[in-house]
Design a binder for this molecule. Sequence first.
Ligand SMILES: [Zn+2]
Length: 163
Amino acid sequence: MKKIDIDIQCQACDGTGVYVGMAERHGAAVVCYQCKGTGKYNYVLEYENFKKMNIRKNIKRVYKSSYGFCIAPTKIPTASGGVIDLETEGISYEEFKIGKLPEHTRQLACPMLADQGACHNIKGFINRCNKLHGESLLGISLTACKNQPHKSDCWKRFEAGKE
Ligand SMILES: [Zn+2]
């Protein structure tokens, strides 16, 4: 194990030891909470130089994300009577080890759960989501969207780049 142990200028107060925020006015300052007024921050990092990727035991499949669900490499029954087959989604650990990366798990996540930023970039996409759900999805869990059982259709419009 190697170690970096250096004193750096406190980033919260630019090394001044005093902090001036919204509440401190007309020349008032408070003692910086980060460096306790010293202006100095002791940065310690213990590390190993990278040699090669380590192998982790007992891994069968690798997925891009769990999207907030509890996942296992099995067939998972859904509330609507279907099955999400996580034995075929993702990639095997063997594939991962040779450098492959998994795609989104489309049986599990709709485009909004998978990549909200990309959905925002498609004009009208989210408006259509709201229509399919029957009301605005703002502030509610996307997993509660009434169109979730038909998310393969949402993946089609996502791929087409259309609402
Ligand atoms: Zn400070």
